[in-house]
Structures are given as structure tokens and as C-alpha cells.
Design a protein around this ligand. Structure first.
Ligand code: SPV
Ligand code: MN
Length: 632
């Protein structure tokens, strides 16, 4: 059962009627009946008054920008090219509860994932979509995920009634009309398809949030999204495509990861590329945005083995980033891009006199303005009596990477970039050292990536914090069983001639007084150390959980990178092996895999067991907290 919608009876008439002669010609020129069949079916079913077909031409791109202002989905701000968009008050983040896989009765996907019987789910979403675009204009857009003309490229088709979605996608993704035009599809499954409608609007925002649904049909490579506007639920080519790409990658022997891609400068002209997976609020964007290094992508990476090497490409060409705490001191490059003329969409920030404001921007905010709650004033509370922040915690900016000074020249390289290191970053107050390298690929995937956790901050959940398990930081997007996902990762490494080093980082280690042990800029040093390690240019200390830096090397790097004196006392505090916490973590992770994951790979337990033995042996010899000196 692929799709419950019947074929359009008179396709040509329907397309001419909805898309007018001009749009019809653009579709005809694709010479791609599988694509136009799909479009016709959904135009007939969603029934917009008209539909605009976006080719790759500048004129079409501008039409969408202009319409977004005319329709009020975006408002022009004072600065040239800047606009603001608001999502509904209760539509400010990904809706995990209503994001489901449409699951055929003979398939299972694992207890971790939300799913609904396929027939039931398709019926429901089909009902929601029926005539949902009546009275509106639809936008038919074509994108290319990954660099063009490359092994990485995946064609993606978006049908939406939101100019905000279409405009965001124009900033975030490469044009794909030409890709569709030059490619013959045997089957609709060969391209990704996204059908979105914000549903009826009230005050410019989705009115029927209770009908918000994001349903993924993995067999058909189609995702439906209704009655929502927030980007993470609606921008098809982003997280909705990521779920499809994870499944596709699994079938084809490559990987789709929730990772940044960045180049770290080594000596002379050397640039060494890393990918990094960190759950949210663990430092992912701030790492990829370090001003002295180079950015390929901040969110998603496609990883392929090409001639025995690990190559990575960014399916995106833009950033949909959290704006909170973006300040001239901490994020000078983003700050510059979003405070100078150029194309930027702000979402869910505070607006006053045509200017955007957000929490943590490093200057005083106005006491009133317009935000995601409508008219806002200091002290305003919502219906439940909760104070409304001036800007939402998840307020965002949308920009092109090419508009950032730290853009990497290889963003569009059809072969991607060669990856020498993979970083897993967690928020962890008491276990992981600030930086550590695994013994080998398997050790890294299993004890670092698969054991990734993030701690909720003490401000929200009591002092000790709660740890959330998030393997490879990819849990929200997995569309295959965790067992399979982990096995794929292991197998992938086995195919590489010289697998990259796998590191863990932890920017949030604390001392016994609950004080952070590291400064915000120390990550710049860890990156340089990792860069050197991937070239085997520094030695390291072998501990039971991985290799850690030697004091002398860090002393030199702190001096060179930050102009800071790094004391041996700090080193000892930061890099001591905390054995009881490590042992507790191993037990925690084992329990999670036993209880929550069906038939977790045996190799995972074996590797954790080996680590446990090494830790216990060290404990016997040196006690609970072991100074790195002991391992030298
Ligand atoms: C994330 O939450 O991981 C994001 C933003 O990158 S969203 O588009 O909502 O997924
Ligand atoms: Mn993300």
C-alpha cells in the first residue's frame, strides 16, 4: 500500500487549471511523469486555488520572497533583506508526540519510536489534507540535498502552502529543478516528497494545532505535515528528509548523521575535517562556528566511503540556528551575518521598531514589542499564568552558509570532504574528561557514540540533572532499529582503509562545588589537540577509557591558542579518571540497551564489559579518582 490517493483522472487539465499555463509549462519541461503524477494527485486532493511552480530561476525565488511579505507570513524588518516570521504560541518546537512512522502491519521499528498503523495513519492524514489548501496558493519546489552532481545528491520535492517554508528552503537547500529535469525516475520512491499545509490560519498562525501531524511513509519516501508552521515540523528537506535519508543510507551502505562538519586548521595550510554529534545544548553549533576554523555544516552530515576514505557532505547549504545567546563576543561571525544587510529570516524573536531582539544578545531588550505571543510587554503572562519571555528559547535565524565568513571552500565539493576525526559531545557534569580519543573505531562507536547522554541543566531539573540517552545524538531521527543502526556504524568503519579517530568531548565537567572546570573557549584547544592526534603528531596518555592529552602538550596549546597559562592543577582536576562515575555510566547504558532496545548488539555489551574490567583494575591499583600521572 503506497498511497491511498487515486490517480488523477485528467492530469493535464488539473495541472493547467491549478498551475496556469506558465506553471504547467515548467512541469512539462521536467519531462518526468512520475514527478508530475505525484504533484497532480496532491494538488487535486489538497485543492489549492492555484499553485506556483518554482524553478531554479532568480525570478521564481524572488516571487516566493515577495509573496511571503504580501501574505504576512514574513514581515520586512528595517535592515535590507531581513524578515521575521512567527509560529503559533504553542507551535515553537518539534512535536515529538505527533511525529510518527506509518507502519505496515508486518513491519516493526522498535519500541523507541512513535508509529501508527499505516492504513489508519494514511486515512487520518489524507482526511486532514483533503481540501486543506482551499482558498490558498500552493508552492511546488524542487531541491537537491547534498552538493549538486555528486554521489551525495538526493532529489527532494516539496509541496506546501507556506511561503515561509518555501523561502526557508530556498536559503537552506540547493536548487533542484534541474536535477529533476535531467533525471528519469522509474518509480516515485526514488525521490523524497514532502506535502505540508499549515492549515487554516488565525492571526497568521496555524489555528488547529490539535491536528498537528508529521507522518512519515518510509516505503514511499514521503512525509506529510499538517497544521503546523515551526521549521523542524515543516521544512521537509530538513528533519523530515533526515528520517528518510537514514533509512536510505542504511539500505545503501552509507550513513546519515546528526553532525556538524568543520575544518580545523593545523600547521601551515593544513585543514583537517571533523564531524561532530552533540545532543542539543551540548555545544554543537558553537563548536562548528569557532571563528578561526572553517564551517561546512552545522546540523546534518551524509557520510560515504569513497575509495576507502570517509567522505562527508552537508545536505544543507544554510543554517537554521538557535539565536538565543548569540552575542558579538561569543559568536562574532553569526552576529555579523545577522546584523548586516543580507538575506536573514528571524523567527520567534522580539520585534520593536523594525529591529529584532533576543535573549542573551548582550544588550538590553526593549520592554515591549511584538513576539510569538502577539503584542508583548515586560511581565506579560500566558493563559496558564506562565511568564512569557521576550523571545522564545527556540527562536532562530535562517541564513546561508555562503554568507558567513568562516564558510569552507569545499561546501559544494561533489566528493565532500575527507574526515579524519569524529567527535561525540555530551553534557556531563561528572564523568567524561574534556577530551579523549578512543582506542579504535569500534571502541569509539560503542563506548562514546552509542553511550552518548545529555544532562538536563540544573536550572530546570534539580541540581544533579537528569541524563537523557541519545545515541549518536540521532535518537529523534532514527528510522531504523537501533540495533541495526549501531551495527551499520561498526560495519561502515570496517570498510574504511584508515578509519578516522573517534573522540569524545565534554565542555560541562564540574568540580565538587558545582563549578565548571573549563572556560567557554577551551574547546578551541581540544580541537587543535584532536587535529594533531589525527596526524599522529602528539603522544597521549592511555587511560582505561581512551587516550587523553599529555600535560605538556596542553600547556603549549593553551599558550598558543588562547594565550593562557594552563596549570598542572587544572589538568589533574579535568583529566583525572573518575572511576565510580564511569562504572555507574556503564551500568546505566547497559540497562538502557537491555530494557529499551530489542536485541541490542552483543558486541556493545562486550565492549562495555572490557571497559569495566579496565576501570576496575585501575581502581584496585590507584583508587577511585586517578591522576593521569599514574597512567603515564
Ligand atoms: C534540532 O533540534 O536538532 C534542530 C532544529 O536542528 S530542528 O529543525 O527543529 O530539528
Ligand atoms: Mn539538529
Amino acid at each position: 500500500m503506497r498511497d491511498l490517493l487515486p490517480r488523477t483522472k485528467n492530469k493535464e487539465k488539473l495541472l493547467k487549471d491549478k498551475c496556469k499555463q506558465d506553471g504547467f509549462c515548467k512541469l512539462e519541461n521536467l519531462n518526468n511523469p512520475k514527478v508530475t503524477d505525484f504533484i497532480a494527485r496532491y494538488l487535486e486532493h489538497c485543492n489549492p486555488d492555484s499553485a506556483f511552480v518554482r524553478t531554479d530561476s532568480q525570478k521564481d525565488v524572488e516571487y516566493i520572497r515577495k509573496r511571503s511579505i504580501e501574505k504576512g507570513e514574513e514581515r520586512q524588518l528595517e535592515m535590507d533583506g531581513h524578515t521575521v516570521h512567527f509560529d503559533g504560541y504553542n507551535d515553537q518546537a518539534r512535536d515529538k508526540e505527533n511525529t510518527k512512522f506509518l507502519l505496515p502491519p508486518d513491519k516493526e521499528i522498535g519500541r523507541q519510536f512513535n508509529s501508527i498503523n499505516k492504513e489508519k495513519g494514511l486515512k487520518e492524514i489524507r482526511k486532514y489534507l483533503e481540501n486543506i489548501m482551499k482558498g490558498k496558493e500552493a508552492y511546488i519546489c524542487f531541491f537537491c540535498l547534498g552538493p549538486k552532481n555528486s554521489k551525495f545528491s538526493i532529489p527532494a520535492l516539496q509541496i506546501t502552502d507556506s511561503t515561509y517554508v518555501a523561502h526557508s528552503e530556498d536559503i537552506l537547500y540547493r536548487d533542484g529543478y534541474d536535477l529533476f529535469k535531467n533525471r528519469k525516475f522509474e518509480n516515485e520512491v526514488e525521490f523524497f516528497k514532502f506535502v505540508h499545509s499549515a492549515g487554516p490560519l488565525e492571526g497568521g498562525v496555524s489555528k488547529k494545532i490539535h491536528k498537528r501531524r508529521i507522518y512519515t511513509d518510509l516505503e514511499a519516501n514521503t512525509v506529510f505535515s499538517t497544521h503546523t508552521q515551526y521549521g523542524g515540523n515543516t521544512i521537509g528537506a530538513k528533519k523530515l528528509a533526515m528520517r528518510l535519508a537514514i533509512k536510505k543510507a542504511s539500505e545503501e551502505g552509507w550513513l546519515t548523521e546528526h553532525m556538524f562538519i568543520m575544518g580545523v586548521h593545523g600547521d601551515e595550510d593544513r585543514t583537517t575535517y571533523f564531524t561532530g554529534a552533540y545532543p542539543s545544548a551540548c555545544g554543537k553549533t558553537s563548536t562548528s562556528m569557532i571563528e578561526s576554523e572553517k564551517l561546512v555544516g552545522d546540523d546534518i552530515a551524509y557520510l560515504r566511503e569513497i575509495n576507502g576514505e570517509l567522505r562527508a557532505a552537508n545536505p544543507e547549504r544554510g543554517i537554521f540556528g538557535i539565536i538565543r545567546d548569540v552575542s558579538p563576543d561569543d559568536d562574532p561571525l553569526i552576529w555579523k551575518t545577522i546584523t548586516t544587510p543580507g538575506e536573514v529570516i528571524f523567527s520567534n524573536v522580539l520585534i520593536k521598531d523594525g529591529k529584532p531582539y533576543w535573549m542573551g544578545m548582550g544588550k538590553e531588550l526593549p520592554e515591549k514589542g511584538i513576539n510569538h505571543s502577539g503584542k508583548w510587554w515586560k511581565g506579560k503572562k500566558d493563559e496558564s499564568g506562565k511568564p512569557i519571555d521576550p523571545s522564545h528559547r527556540n527562536a532562530r535565524y535562517t541564513v546561508r552558509i555562503s554568507d558567513l565568513e568562516n564558510k569552507d571552500p569545499n561546501l559544494e565539493n561533489p566528493d565532500g570532504v575527507k574526515i579524519k576525526g569524529i567527535i561525540y559531545g555530551g553534557r556531563d557534569s561528572d564523568t567524561w574528561v574534556p577530551v579523549s580519543e578512543s582506542f579504535n573505531w569500534k571502541h569509539g562507536i560503542l563506548t562514546k557514540g552509542s553511550a552518548l547522554e545529555s544532562e538536563t541543566t540544573s536550572a530546570t531539573l534539580g541540581k544533579s540533572g537528569t541524563r537523557r540517552f541519545n545515541p549518536m545524538s540521532n535518537l529523534d531521527f532514527l528510522s531504523i532499529k537501533i540495533r541495526k543502526y549501531i551495527k551499520n556504524q561498526i560495519r561502515f568503519g570496517e570498510r574504511l582503509n584508515n578509519p578516522p579517530s573517534i573522540f569524545s568531548v565534554n565542555y560541562f565537567l564540574k568540580d565538587e562545588n558545582d563549578e565548571y572546570l573549563n572556560g567557554i573557549h577551551d574547546k578551541k584547544v581540544w580541537l587543535k589537540w584532536m587535529e594533531l592526534r589525527t596526524h599522529k603528531e602528539v603522544a597521549a596518555v592511555k587511560t582505561p577509557t581512551g587516550y587523553i592529552p599529555k600535560y605538556d602538550d596542553l600547556e603549549g596549546l593553551f599558550e598558543n591558542v588562547l594565550g593562557k597559562n594552563y596549570s598542572r592543577k587544572d589538568y589533574t582536576k579535568q583529566f583525572s579518571t573518575r572511576i565510580p562515575e564511569h562504572l555507574a555510566k556503564i551500568e546505566r547504558i547497559k540497562t538502557i540497551y537491555k530494557e529499551r532496545v530489542k536485541r541490542a548488539p552483543e558486541i556493545l555489551f562486550e565492549e562495555l564489559e572490557k571497559q569495566k574490567k579496565r576501570l576496575e583494575k585501575a581502581k584496585e591499583k590507584y583508587g577511585n579518582y586517578v591522576d593521569p600521572e599514574n597512567f603515564c
